[in-house]
Design a protein around this ligand. Structure first.
Ligand code: GLV
Ligand code: MN
Ligand code: MN
Length: 420
């Protein structure tokens, strides 16, 4: 007899724990275990094989495309209809927790399992996906696999990206055995749903169970190379220096000043996340610095103003510090709104389960923003402990928080996939 499909919090959490043991490392500073499954490393490969095995054990038909995105399909009653897709990513930043991305992928598989338990075959076929290199921390371009699948970035451009060691995306896909054969451009699914941790403090502070995501803010990444003159730290008078690290520091302070000024809306966020000096030694004025700039803004107009101003400031600093500054855009996405009707459905589904909700703009980038260019897309956020800390081994959502998000995912999925 058919039953209402229900998510198992225990099974879901055990599956998050199991994937979290792949690429695990001991973070000496905190004494906690973290996760390092940087895209297309051996650890990512092991994580991928683990998830693919799980997909196959659920009887799903698994395909790997030419950028290494993995799709697992479950038949529908009317199997020629466009599928409803759920997904996220399993690659991580090098200092991650267990939840970022993995909740969405393992949650999608938990949904499939709950449907199997209830012997429920949806009208439309379903697909659970994980996309290559969502994080962008190795090859410099975030949401890489999903942006190739949705044709924002050409396959060859993605293949040619290189990490700091000079290894290319194409070679590394091949090395881990995930250079697949199916066409990378995705036929539009009927809908796309993604459950993810919030990665910020809002939901937890307000004791909200479910974030109904209204959209994702714009993201702009620069890699900035500053060329000064290397010199002896003890003998070179200050006025004779062209110090690349001073130039980098000035840009970093300017970023904070811009973000705090309120001149770019209330919500400009600006970060210099990497600062790499050459040669990087105590007694040498650095002749070169490579730094990164990450700007986020929920307004496209304000983002464009912030970008123009920081680029002009690079020139000012170059002139004043006697250095050369070259920069290149490594990633750029505009604000993406999610489907309004799906937002209402998520809110209603959560409320039917007695869960509190609020609307929230995503501060982080997600694969759903790429899929939103192809189909109607939506995201469900769950809260995280410790102010939602993420990209950090302390990242933690409880079994209940995770299961709430995935149950809402399942409820909304059923409405969409079973509708006539
Ligand atoms: C992806 O995690 C991002 O940088 O927003
Ligand atoms: Mn993520
Ligand atoms: Mn992330």
């Amino acid at each position: 007899m058919n039953r209402t499909p229900v998510v198992s919090a225990l099974r879901l959490y055990e599956s998050i724990e199991a994937l979290g043991r792949i690429g695990r490392y001991l973070d000496e500073a905190s004494g906690l275990y973290g996760v390092n499954r940087l895209a297309l490393t051996a650890q990512d490969g092991e994580g991928r094989r683990h998830v693919v095995a799980k997909m196959k054990s659920l009887g799903l038909a698994v395909t790997v495309d030419r950028i290494g995105n993995v799709y697992a399909r479950r038949k529908g009653r009317e199997d020629t209809l466009a599928p409803v897709m759920m997904g996220s990513h399993i690659d991580s930043v090098p200092t991650a927790g267990k939840f970022d991305g993995c909740l969405g992928v393992l949650g999608a598989l938990e949904v499939m399992q709950a449907l199997d338990d209830a012997q429920h075959v949806t009208r439309r076929p379903l697909v659970a996906a994980f996309f290559t290199d969502e994080e962008g921390s190795r090859f410099g371009s975030d949401m890489l696999g999903s942006s190739v699948a949705t044709a924002r970035i050409p396959l060859q451009t993605a293949y040619a990206l290189r990490d700091r060691a000079g290894l290319s995306v194409q070679a590394e896909l091949e090395a881990i055995g995930f250079l697949g054969e199916t066409a990378e451009q995705l036929a539009p699914p009927f809908a796309y749903l993604e459950c993810h941790i919030e990665q910020g403090p809002m939901l937890r502070r307000e004791h909200i169970d479910i974030g109904v995501v209204t959209g994702v803010q714009s993201i702009s990444w620069h890699e900035v190379t500053i060329l000064g003159r290397s010199a002896h730290a003890g003998t070179t008078p200050m006025e004779l220096r062209a110090d690349a690290s001073v130039a980098a520091s000035r840009i970093n302070l300017r970023l904070r000043q811009m973000a705090l000024s309120g001149h770019y809306g209330e919500q400009l966020r600006a970060t210099m996340g990497a600062m790499v000096p050459v040669p990087g030694l105590v007694n040498i004025v650095p002749g070169q610095m490579t730094v990164t700039v990450d700007l986020r803004n929920p307004s496209d107009v304000q983002m464009r103003r912030a970008e123009a101003d920081i680029i002009a400031f690079y020139e000012t600093v170059a002139a004043e510090e006697g250095v050369q500054i070259r920069w290149r855009q490594t990633a750029r996405t505009s604000c993406v709104p999610f489907d309004a009707a799906f937002q209402d459905q998520i809110e209603a589904a959560a409320q039917r389960r007695g869960l509190s909700t609020r609307r929230i703009v995503s501060g982080a980038g997600h694969d759903a923003q790429e899929l939103a260019h192809l189909t109607r897309a939506a995201m469900i956020f769950v809260p995280g402990e410790y102010d939602g800390i993420s990209h950090n081994p302390r990242e933690l959502s409880t079994p209940e928080q995770c299961a709430n998000g995935v149950q809402v995912l399942l409820d909304v999925l059923l409405e969409i996939a079973d509708a006539e």
